[in-house]
Design a protein around this ligand. Structure first.
Ligand SMILES: NC(=O)c1ccc[n+]([C@@H]2O[C@H](COP(=O)([O-])OP(=O)(O)OC[C@H]3O[C@@H](n4cnc5c(N)ncnc54)[C@H](O)[C@@H]3O)[C@@H](O)[C@H]2O)c1
Ligand SMILES: Nc1ncnc2c1ncn2[C@@H]1O[C@H](COP(=O)(O)OP(=O)(O)OP(=O)(O)O)[C@@H](O)[C@H]1O
Length: 288
């Protein structure tokens, strides 16, 4: 039997940082409940400044939060968790997702499970996953993605042509709506919707999946993550690059997007019982 390596533990947890889904002032009651549950266990709670403003409370910047806390808690759905990971990965603080979103595929627990989670946390019963991140650059812009980097046509009325190289060698020309370069974590997001493979989140690989290719031969590709991949826009209209569905960059004709594995990892804090295939089954009806 394969035993998942999980020897990473947080020492003497004293402070936790909370980030709430934006534009959701109704989360105030939930926040106060979370605060009470942690404080009952002598864990101090700090709130991120935008979340604090939203519910008329006191907060500190996410950077300050990351410096002071032992781990972060994202309260919302996948979008909120993606945003928290993307802003905090440099500090290597684990992130726990409490689901108050619609799908919450990346989140780990719901509010009802929080008391038991905290009880287990105090007994060192939890696990921390180190998930790969990808970094990309276009012109002077550098960005990091937890889910995916999507290179997409600018106008819905025309297709886009993109030449791809792996470690400096040409390997494909994509002609269609665009290309998704996904992490294993992102394999269940946009990549899944366009027929890409599901890749176990602790795998180190890129998934390169064409979006609506006008070809009978274009297929999703899984590549070891130590390659550097490069995409050059052939189209006169240029393209857009979308990072985790949250940041967008314009790319002109003949410009390139370079992508490689990031040095840092995203640390995800999970219940010890969390099983990826159960999540797939529960949230995406895998196997039904
Ligand atoms: N047609 C599509 O499926 C499509 C189109 C654009 C973007 N997206 C995805 O949306 C992501 C951003 O998510 P969001 O929640 O901020 O935007 P969003 O609110 O538009 O959500 C897209 C959906 O994808 C789910 N999702 C996000 N990441 C996931 C993951 N790793 N595994 C399984 N499901 C996941 C979300 O819960 C939501 O249901 C992007 O990274 C991209 O992958 C999907
Ligand atoms: N910090 C943020 N900055 C900008 N947009 C954000 C941020 N956090 C969340 N969003 C966006 O707000 C929207 C709703 O947030 P979220 O995804 O957390 O909830 P949801 O859509 O109900 O849940 P799910 O994505 O799990 O279905 C999403 O489109 C997400 O991308």
């Amino acid at each position: 039997m394969r035993i998942e390596k999980n020897f990473e533990l947080l020492n003497n947890i004293k402070n936790v940082g909370i980030v709430l889904r934006p534009a959701s002032p109704e989360l105030k009651t939930t926040y106060l409940k979370i605060k009470e549950l942690f404080e009952n266990e002598k864990i101090n709670v700090l709130l991120e400044e935008n979340s604090a403003k939203m519910i008329n409370d006191n907060g500190c910047s996410l950077e300050e939060l990351c410096q002071k806390v032992d781990f972060l808690v994202s309260v919302g759905g996948d979008g909120t968790l993606l945003s928290v990971v993307r802003k905090s990965f440099n500090f290597e603080k684990p992130v726990l997702g409490i689901n108050l979103g619609t799908l919450g595929f990346l989140t780990d627990i719901c509010m009802e499970q929080l008391p038991k989670f905290i009880e287990d946390l105090k007994k060192n019963i939890y696990k921390i996953d180190n998930r790969m991140l990808i970094e990309g650059s276009v012109n002077l812009n550098k960005f990091v993605a937890f889910n995916d980097i999507v290179i997409s046509r600018k106008s819905i009325s025309s297709m886009i042509k993109i030449k791809a190289k792996i470690d400096g060698k040409a390997f494909n020309t994509y002609y269609g709506d665009g290309v998704i370069i996904s992490t294993p974590t992102g394999s269940t997001a946009y990549n899944l919707s366009v027929g890409g493979p599901i890749v176990y989140p602790l795998t180190k690989a890129f998934i390169i999946t064409p979006v609506a290719p006008h070809s009978l031969t274009q297929r999703p590709l899984v590549m070891p993550a130590d390659f550097e991949i490069e995409f050059k826009i052939i189209d006169t209209q240029g393209a857009v690059v979308i990072v985790d569905g949250q940041d967008i960059y314009e790319v002109e004709q003949n410009q390139s997007i370079k992508i490689n594995i990031a040095n840092k990892k995203a640390k995800m804090l999970h219940r010890i019982q969390r099983n990826y295939f159960e999540v797939l089954n529960e949230k995406l009806r895998w196997g039904n």
